[in-house]
Design a protein around this ligand. Structure first.
Ligand SMILES: Nc1ncnc2c1ncn2[C@@H]1O[C@H](COP(=O)(O)OP(=O)(O)OP(=O)(O)O)[C@@H](O)[C@H]1O
Ligand SMILES: [Mg+2]
Length: 272
C-alpha cells in the first residue's frame, strides 16, 4: 500500500530530515513508528499524505506514484486517509460535533447520515457529552480524541496518526490503540507514531525505528497479511447501482476505496 524507494527529504533550511529511506507497508498492516524527537517520524507521515515533497526518491501510495501526482489531485488522495496530526489542527470556531462532521460534509454525505455517524464515532472515543463544546473548552487529551474521531469518521482505507496518545493517560492510550487495532482487523491499514514503549510492547505489531533520518530497525518486512473481507450490509448495497454492487459485495472496504481512488485519478486523466 505504501512504498518508499530511496527517499530523502531536506527542508529548505538545510535540515536533512530523512536520508535514503526504503519502507514497504502492505495493505492491512498495523505499524508503529518509533524514534527520538527530531528523528524524522512526522516528516515520514507528511510525505505519505503529500504535505511535504521528497527531495529525491519515489513514493507510492495505493499503487499511485504520488511523487509525480498533480497538486489538484492531492485532495482525492487525502480522502482515502484519516489523519491525526501531532498538533490536532482542529477548527477553533467550530464545535466538536462540527469539527468531526466537517470531514463528512466535504465529501457530500447526507445530514442524517452525518448526525448518526458523528455521534457514533464521538461515542467510540468517549466524547459524546462534549459534542457542543469548542476545542478551547477541552483538555489536550480531549482535543486529541476529537482529532482521532475526525480521522475515523469517513471509514478511510489508511489511518496515519502522529502521536495519537501523546496527551492521554496510560489507560485511555491503551483503549485508543485497542480501538485502532479493532479497526485494523476489519482491513484498514494503520500507521501510528508513538513515543510510548509500553504500548509498543503490549501490542505485537510491526515496529519501524527511525533514527537521525534513517530506518535503523524494522521488525517485519512486507507481511502478506490475510485480508479480512468487510461485510457490506444490504442497506449499503441498496444505495449502490446493482451492477457495481454485485462486483464489490465481496471486496473489502479498503480495496474499495483504493479502487475508487484509482477511478477518480485515472478517470480525470482520460478526460484531459
Ligand atoms: N518545516 C520544517 N523546516 C525545517 N526543518 C524541519 C521542518 N520540519 C521538521 N524539520 C526538522 O526535520 C527533522 C525531523 O523532524 P520531524 O518533525 O520529522 O521529527 P519527529 O521525529 O517527528 O520529532 P518529534 O518526536 O519531536 O515530533 C528535525 O530536525 C526538525 O527540526
Ligand atoms: Mg513529530
Amino acid at each position: 500500500m505504501i512504498q518508499f524507494k530511496n527517499v530523502s527529504k531536506t527542508y529548505p533550511n538545510g535540515t536533512h530530515a530523512l536520508n535514503n529511506v526504503n519502507i514497504n507497508i502492505g495493505k492491512g498492516e498495523f505499524v508503529f513508528i518509533v524514534g527520538a524527537s527530531g528523528a524524522g517520524k512526522s516528516t515520514f507521515l507528511k510525505l505519505i499524505m503529500k504535505e511535504e515533497q521528497p527531495t529525491s526518491g519515489e513514493i507510492t501510495v495505493n499503487g499511485i506514484n504520488t511523487t509525480t501526482m498533480k497538486r489538484r489531485k492531492v485532495p482525492y488522495l487525502r480522502r482515502t486517509m484519516g489523519i491525526v496530526f501531532q498538533d490536532f489542527r482542529l477548527i477553533d470556531k467550530m464545535t466538536v460535533f462540527d469539527n468531526v462532521a466537517f470531514a463528512m460534509r466535504v465529501i457530500g454525505a447526507r445530514p442524517s447520515a452525518v448526525k448518526k455517524r458523528v455521534l457514533y464515532i464521538l461515542g467510540l472515543v468517549g466524547l459524546k457529552d462534549k459534542a457542543k463544546c469548542r476545542p478551547a473548552e477541552l483538555s489536550g487529551g480531549e482535543q486529541q480524541r476529537v482529532s482521532l474521531a475526525r480521522a475515523l469518521v469517513n471509514n478511510p482505507s489508511l489511518i496515519i496518526a502522529d502521536e495519537p496518545t501523546g496527551n492521554i493517560d496510560p489507560e485511555m492510550s491503551f483503549e485508543i490503540i485497542e480501538l485502532l487495532n479493532e479497526i485494523n482487523k476489519r482491513g484498514t491499514t494503520i500507521i501510528v507514531v508513538t513515543h510510548e514503549h509500553e504500548l509498543v510492547h503490549k501490542f505485537k505489531n510491526r515496529v519501524i525505528e527511525i533514527s537521525d533520518g534513517k530506518v535503523i530497525s524494522d521488525s517485519g518486512i512486507l507481511s502478506e497479511k490475510v485480508e479480512v473481507p468487510i461485510e457490506i450490509s444490504q442497506e449499503d448495497l441498496a444505495q449502490i447501482p446493482e451492477d457495481i454492487a454485485e462486483e464489490i459485495s465481496d471486496v473489502s472496504a479498503a480495496e474499495l476505496s483504493e479502487e475508487a481512488l484509482r477511478a477518480i485519478v485515472q478517470g480525470e486523466d482520460e478526460e484531459e
